[in-house]
Design a protein around this ligand. Sequence first.
Ligand SMILES: [Zn+2]
Length: 62
Amino acid sequence: MLYFRGQQVKDYCRCQRSGSITSEEEEWGYWDVCCDCGKPLENGFHYYNHYDGKDYDEEDMW
Ligand SMILES: [Zn+2]
């Protein structure tokens, strides 16, 4: 679950076409935020670090 301004994101921007977009920084990344309604865009979250989805920690621990 993603968070926006400390709250779970339940509502995304539904503007047909948003005039302008700003970015809102969070702890793990930043959101693309619609300037018209102030809601984050769906799939508009970008992590600061680009993980490739692999876990390297679990192997070779012992
Ligand atoms: Zn909007």
